[in-house]
Design a protein around this ligand. Structure first.
Ligand code: GTP
Length: 517
């Protein structure tokens, strides 16, 4: 079980990093000394730890930052992740939403309905819009992240439908690491909400994980209300409990909104309800600002998500989530990599370098949301076709950069860690699975440097033997293979980590120092 207040802790430590508290400021200063003993290691400068031959970068043909500013409105895409406990109805809800928005044609939908009926899973027809593999369809469980795109009146979305089952949390983290905003789906049926929220349910874990991955804005779809006759009492009970929990773990009240829905029946998804089509809900679900109107539907709410600021001018970083031979541009020595640009921008003709490895290549084609483009910027989910790279030297978690400003790559770094509820206390040498964006690799907590009070920054204990539930500590982490990361103060996306063990998330943290290997 995760501790509800941990993101609050993360937030206060975040504040400490941007605005160092006394103890932390001292720690950072100390780390500037070059390493000569086991207590103080030298900070690597990335270029030290990554062997990269400088390449001559051609003059950029397009001023991407200027182009982006000029065309910002038409390009604004939000990455939306849909999370929630297993069987909360995520795939059904989003499948029905895509259908209601005209993204799935009538014929395909009818075919899904017929095929689902044939194997006795008629109620899963809408989920099939998103659950792509045969195994997912026959099991009725989403296993991997499904992506699709849709538009509302003011926004373009890339939709990421995440698996709810606890076995697939790593896939969920990988998908959520690309998200700007989220829909949290909860099952309102009797006992349904409780099984996701109390005990070991994924409602809490997902809400906490996406917050720690940087998602701030959330719409909660209170689903399956059709099963309980659109009960207002139940809706208020669930929204009340969730709002307390979500604000307790770092979401701002104004960034969390709720919509009563039925994904299966398609109620209150893309259109507001009326007293004629859903009288039980219309009786109490009113628009706060517009007397006489029924309340906003799900699309009304997600259409008003605000755009996060994109760091388009920072050094280019694309963390690889997948790679393959071929693509729009295909030649003997070319490879396609996919991922979301976490910062900076890229254009066709640009020289890039893959870290780790240091192999150089030239960008030959760029697809943004399945459309071929000349350039792409932070926030875009892209496929990058690169000539000159050997596929054998690429792996998930590699980062594509520009040769002049490569990302740091190391096996040793320091983290401010917030510990949730590990099955046993964390000690020196504690092994776990480290998650950074889409990457997950074995790692150990090599040494616990100190525990500290996350609010005041005051050191509580130096070199403690162990850290327990709820503690905040500075630790050194060592990975089996080199990882690409940034200091949190430089990159909120590439400077966050999570530690999991035996299928549970046991800690999350921010990178405060990177050491040479
Ligand atoms: N009555 C009712 N049933 C629903 C509703 N939404 C989903 N269901 C049913 O709930 C079950 C699970 O739905 P899914 O959409 O597969 O749930 P999920 O959250 O995507 O599941 P995972 O991806 O495996 O975590 C299916 O039988 C759906 O038909 C709803 O609004 N009302």
């Amino acid at each position: 079980m995760l501790r509800d207040s941990f993101v609050l802790n993360i937030l206060s430590t975040t504040r400490s990093v941007e605005n160092p508290a006394p103890a932390l400021a001292k720690g950072v200063a100390r780390l500037k000394v070059s390493g000569d003993d086991d207590d103080d290691q030298g900070i690597s400068s990335g270029a030290e730890s990554v062997e990269i031959t400088p390449a001559v970068t051609p003059k950029r043909r397009i001023d991407v930052v200027a182009e982006y500013s000029a065309h910002q409105k038409s390009r604004e895409t939000l990455n939306l992740v849909v999370v929630g406990h297993v069987d909360a109805g995520k795939s059904t809800l989003m499948g029905h939403l895509l259908y209601a928005l005209g993204q799935v044609n009538e014929r395909t939908m009818k075919k899904f309905e017929r095929d689902a009926e044939k194997i006795g899973k008629g109620s899963f027809a809408f989920a099939w819009v998103l659950d792509e593999t045969d195994e997912e369809r026959s099991r009725g469980v989403t296993m991997d992240i499904a992506t699709s795109a849709f538009v509302t009146q003011h926004r373009k979305f890339t939709l990421l439908d995440a698996p709810g089952h606890r076995d697939f949390v790593p896939n969920m983290i990988s998908g959520a690491s690309r998200a700007d905003v989220a829909i949290l789906v909860v099952d309102a049926s009797t006992g349904g909400f409780e099984s996701g929220f109390d005990g070991n349910g994924q409602t809490r874990e997902h809400a906490i994980l996406i917050r720690s991955l940087g998602v701030r804005q959330l719409v909660v779809a209170v689903n399956k209300l059709d099963v309980i006759e659109w009960s207002e009492t139940r809706y208020l009970e669930i929204t009340g409990r969730l709002l307390d929990f979500l604000t307790g773990c770092g979401y701002l009240k104004e960034d969390v909104r709720f919509a009563p829905v039925s994904g299966l029946k398609g109620v209150n998804l893309a259109h507001r309800i009326t007293a004629d089509n859903t009288p039980e809900l219309a009786a109490w679900y009113r628009d706060a600002g517009d007397v006489g109107e029924t309340g906003p539907c799900l699309v009304d709410l997600i259409d008003t998500f605000t755009m996060p600021e994109r760091p388009v001018s920072k050094p280019f970083r694309l963390a690889v989530t997948d790679f393959f031979k071929g693509g729009t541009f295909s030649s003997a020595n070319s490879v396609s990599v996919t991922g979301r640009i976490s910062q900076g921008n890229v254009q066709i003709g640009e020289h890039v370098v893959m870290v780790p490895g240091g192999e150089h290549g030239v960008v030959k084609a760029i697809d943004v949301d399945f459309v071929s483009e000349e350039w792409a910027v932070a926030g875009d989910s892209i496929v990058l076709m690169i000539q000159g790279l050997d596929i054998q030297h690429i792996s998930v978690g590699s980062v594509v950069c520009t040769p002049e400003r490569p990302i740091q790559c190391t096996t040793r770094f320091e983290v401010q860690l917030v510990v949730f509820d590990p099955p046993v206390p964390i000690t020196n040498g504690f092994p776990g699975l480290l998650h950074i964006q889409s990457l997950s690799i074995p790692a150990v907590v090599h040494r616990i440097i100190e525990t500290f009070d996350q609010r005041s920054g005051e050191v509580l204990k130096r070199r403690p033997r162990h850290i327990r539930k709820g503690a905040t500590a500075r630790v050194e982490i060592v990975t089996e293979t080199p990882v690409c990361l940034e200091l949190f103060k430089d990159s909120k996306e590439l400077g966050r980590i999570m530690l999991r063990k035996n299928g549970e998330t046991i800690a999350a943290g921010i990178v405060t120092a990177i050491f040479s290997r």
